[in-house]
Ligand binder design. Sequence first.
Ligand SMILES: NC(=O)c1ccc[n+]([C@@H]2O[C@H](COP(=O)([O-])OP(=O)(O)OC[C@H]3O[C@@H](n4cnc5c(N)ncnc54)[C@H](O)[C@@H]3O)[C@@H](O)[C@H]2O)c1
Length: 458
Amino acid sequence: MHFKKNILCIGAGYVGGPTMAMIAFKCPQYRVTVVDINPERISQWNSDRLPIFEPGLDEVVQACRGRNLFFDTDVEKGIREADIIFVSVNTPTKTFGAGSGMAADLQYWEKTARQIRNCAESPKIVVEKSTLPVKTSLAMERILTSDGDQIYFDVLSNPEFLAEGTAIHDLEEPDRVLIGSHKTERALEAREALVEIYANWVPRERIITTNLWSSELSKLVANAFLAQRISSINAISALCEKTEADVSEVARAIGMDSRVGDKFLRASVGFGGSCFKKDILNLVYLCRFYGLIEVADYWEGVVRINDYQKDRFVLNMLNAMFNTLAGKKICLFGFAFKANTGDTRESPGIFIARELAEERAELAITDPKALDNARIDLADLGEQIAYVEDPYDAAEGSHAVAILTEWDLYRDLDYERIHGSMEKPAFLFDGRNVVDHRRLFEMGFNVFPIGKAPLTHF
Ligand SMILES: NC(=O)c1ccc[n+]([C@@H]2O[C@H](COP(=O)([O-])OP(=O)(O)OC[C@H]3O[C@@H](n4cnc5c(N)ncnc54)[C@H](O)[C@@H]3O)[C@@H](O)[C@H]2O)c1
């Protein structure tokens, strides 16, 4: 079969895999190859057990794998054959040197840029899919053209806005697709080549174009705004717990204001995921770099409140349970950073499990999709933690259950049965406000929601 163009994606992670699967699914006229330096990841993408859990992903991959979607480890061959190269490698927070703990670690991204330059034998359109600090595409251009300009590269920015857990839906019906480019005739042609791909299924009016820097910055700002809403409502949840106001009622009242809107106003144990914290810290670092100290401090507050919320959750548990957790069994319902994903990167569960272990509690962790990752995250804690598939088994004999992930499953469990199998007094800490607190209280639980007065029998 003759394909219109060859698309390559470097990085077969949570973004590269699903986004390319969707492009291949919607655009059978393009040949899409996803490469990664991690051979295990590639063989998982080629197997029946994909490396990530995402509702609807299996079906999309199955529909086009082997047809026009391929997963491979040969990065160099992929580069040589590609017309359009998406770069979707990880850009974690730096853990060393200048900007450690805050700036983006660009080593994977830069290696990729050099590899593209070294292997390319024909002009390429290079698309930044990874989330990067504003002005990174300038560095990308410099690296790509540092070999004497024999081969022409067009660099575009096309940040990804999908959310894990709803990635397939978000890719199929994106609120918008953002493409940043220069304004030269050549750059506009390259931009049009990318627009043409998305236009196979995304309405044109949802494909928006900007200059390169606005596009790069918009991704950081989008995540900063989303996280800020969570930290805002979480900050108010602390006040609600002191004043007998109810954070769900407050959220409802303010969310009905059309200027505010009702999304992302659920109080919780705190946000997690690989992006929010790293992207905000990246933004903070950029602001400091440009001498905008007040702006940096403002956004850093979003991360501070998130840390505070996780801390507060553990302290509430400790206080409620008579200031000692040593030797008590605590069961964690959920370990993924949100429902419908197995991803545990930056999950509040990691912090909370470690704090509880520090208090010498024994932990049983249950989660429908994230136990493999949990085992890796907490490997150093050894025997202190049991990983249990079945929530009823996990809760049996425990002094407390703490709900950390909003899986639907936890809403509908038989809590009478759970209460019956627990030590008394039985505590339930609802870090996601998902269960019926009054009903559980009436069953005998001492219930501690987020942002609402506790319901206790003492
Ligand atoms: N996860 C999300 O929800 C999300 C959403 C939007 C944007 N992003 C951004 O997308 C980017 C990727 O995120 P992710 O969650 O997919 O990360 P990930 O860690 O799941 O995947 C990145 C992959 O890149 C591979 N890789 C690294 N260096 C490579 C190289 N030189 N050659 C080939 N492969 C290489 C890694 O092996 C890994 O499999 C990040 O910049 C992130 O901020 C993530």
